[in-house]
Design a protein around this ligand. Structure first.
Ligand code: NAD
Length: 485
């Protein structure tokens, strides 16, 4: 039973709000205070089955709807979200621990994402070809896949979920969302906004619930033609193997150990500010965070001193305070995990230049130097406000350190030497490279994604439309084809 004094949030299936069929509820916890602020209905396998069935039925009328009508609905949803921006911002702060500087960006990104997707409804197109067969015309058309299952992470729940949903719907698909168990309300409020905009029942369904139960049910069901997953490498690998066995399309957006390279000619203050934004924004819980900062020898000592000083000056604490940069980590266990990485590094000879401790869920901005490949933190994602400064003897050495990772999501280089900047961009083993910027950059209309263990497939704009549609080759024979017998 749901506790009567707390708000309860039901599942959203076929345009209906209702409890889970097994009557299970889970707590939604504020990471900053530990306070339970809502109870969330938990989907059972039967509920997931119903959500898939309803999305499967809705896929036909939704897929056939005129592009202009779909576009209008997405634009309406954008307007609804814009009109509820402050409320959604506050929810993201409460549920996710986002600092005040990050939560409004999630909301405005979601609005922009819907507007980009609304435009793309008109451009779900293919090509025409000169055929090699005399008298033949060849063309490709794009058709919706049908039902898409989305599995979302906790860290930017509104933004990352919208990036999946908006383009899936624009391409004519219907959607079943499994939000993170740590941020389910963000998905449910998104459903409210779509409902308010007039989205037909069944087109978007939200089924929070136990990760393995709901996630595996989505992956296993043959009516779900694609899974779009964002999350950790551990879970991504597991689900990709299951999806592979089902011959199911899958996009994987996973973690990173993203290098920011600072060459000796860089402006020191700009480089320090870039590196700080790239790791301390959202307390480092960003897949693109620059958790490796590689500095050319001639600048290293001055950079390390200025960067450590900047880290020590960053405000940590209440995410509702607009001056706070580093809010709480999502759960206290995450602090224990990061402290373990730091202890391992220190035991093997690393030096702590700033931070290293935490009070409750609030981890101090942390800077390590002397990190080597023998240390876990050299290789592993921390997903917290901790970065390693690595000294490079020259450009080639910096590039080698940058690529010395199993991941390949984002990377960046700060230099005014255009030759070296482009050389870096061409040779970096990453899905995204930013010149004279940090590793954190995400825009809804541009292909986002990684290589190596950071995943495969791209999200954003046209690339999402391509990932989320089936390409069909159609030929028309003008007159009769000459067969050999
Ligand atoms: P996670 O892998 O723990 O969870 C992601 C989603 O998978 C959640 O919805 C979770 O409930 C679900 N899940 C967990 N176990 C499952 C199982 N056995 N079966 C089915 N579903 C399961 O990741 P997280 O902690 O929520 O997010 C942080 C991770 O996500 C980091 O590694 C981060 O780098 C990555 N991330 C990547 C991107 C990107 O675009 N590349 C963006 C954001 C976050």
């Amino acid at each position: 039973m749901a506790s009567p004094e707390l708000p309860i949030r039901p599942l959203y299936i076929n345009g209906q709000w209702r409890p889970g069929s097994e009557g299970a509820w889970a707590e939604d916890v504020n990471p900053a205070t530990g306070r339970v602020f809502a109870r969330i209905a938990q989907a059972s396998p039967a509920d997931v089955e119903e959500a898939i069935a309803t999305a499967h039925a809705a896929r036909v009328p939704w897929g056939r709807m005129l592009a202009g009508e779909r576009s209008t609905l997405l634009l309406k949803a954008a307007d609804v979200i814009a009109s509820r921006a402050d409320e959604i911002r506050d929810l993201i702060i409460e549920e996710n621990g986002s600092a005040f500087i990050k939560a409004p960006w999630e909301v405005s990104y979601a609005v922009e994402c819907l507007r980009v997707a609304a435009g793309l409804c008109y451009f779900v197109g293919g090509d025409t070809f000169p055929a090699s067969t005399p008298g033949q015309i060849g063309m490709t058309i794009r058709q919706p896949l049908g039902v898409i299952g989305g599995i979302a992470p906790f860290n930017s729940p509104f933004l990352l979920t919208m990036k999946k949903v908006a383009f899936a719907l624009a391409a004519g698909n219907t959607f079943v969302l499994k939000p993170s168990e740590m941020t389910p309300l963000s998905g449910l409020v998104m459903a409210e906004c779509f409902e308010q905009a007039g989205l037909p029942p069944g087109v978007f369904n939200v089924v929070p619930g136990p990760a393995e139960v709901v996630g595996s049910a989505l992956v296993a069901d043959p009516r779900v033609r694609m899974i779009t997953f964002t999350g950790s490498g551990r879970v991504g690998r597991l689900l990709a193997a299951q999806a592979g066995a089902q011959m199911k399309r899958f996009t994987l957006e996973m973690g990173g150990k993203n290098p920011l390279v600072v060459l000796a000619d860089a402006d020191l203050k700009y480089a320090v500010d870039s590196a700080a934004f790239g790791i301390f924004f959202h307390q480092g819980q960003v897949c693109m965070a620059n958790s490796k900062v590689i500095v050319e020898d001639a600048l290293f000592d001055r950079f390390a001193e200025a960067f450590a000083e900047k880290a020590r000056g960053i405000q940590v604490g209440d995410p509702r305070d607009p001056a706070t940069v580093v809010g709480p980590l999502i759960r206290p266990q995450q602090c224990t995990f990061i402290r373990g990485q730091i202890d391992d590094a220190l035991a093997k000879g690393a030096r702590l230049l700033a931070g290293g401790t935490h009070e409750g869920p609030f981890f101090q901005p942390t800077v390590l130097a002397g990190v080597t490949p023998e240390m876990a933190i050299y290789h592993e994602e921390s997903f917290g406000p901790v970065t390693s400064l690595l000294r490079a003897s020259d450009f080639e050495h910096a590039l080698a350190i940058a690529n010395d990772t199993a991941y390949g999501l984002s990377s960046a280089v700060i230099t005014n030497d255009l030759q070296k900047a482009f050389d870096f961009a061409m040779r970096a083993e990453a899905g995204m490279v930013h010149i004279n910027d940090t590793t954190i950059s995400d825009e809804p209309h541009i292909a986002f994604g990684g290589v190596k263990n950071s995943g495969f497939g791209r999200e954003g704009g046209h690339t999402s439309i391509e990932e989320m549609t089936e390409l069909k080759w159609i030929t028309v024979q003008m007159g009769q084809r000459a067969y050999p017998f």
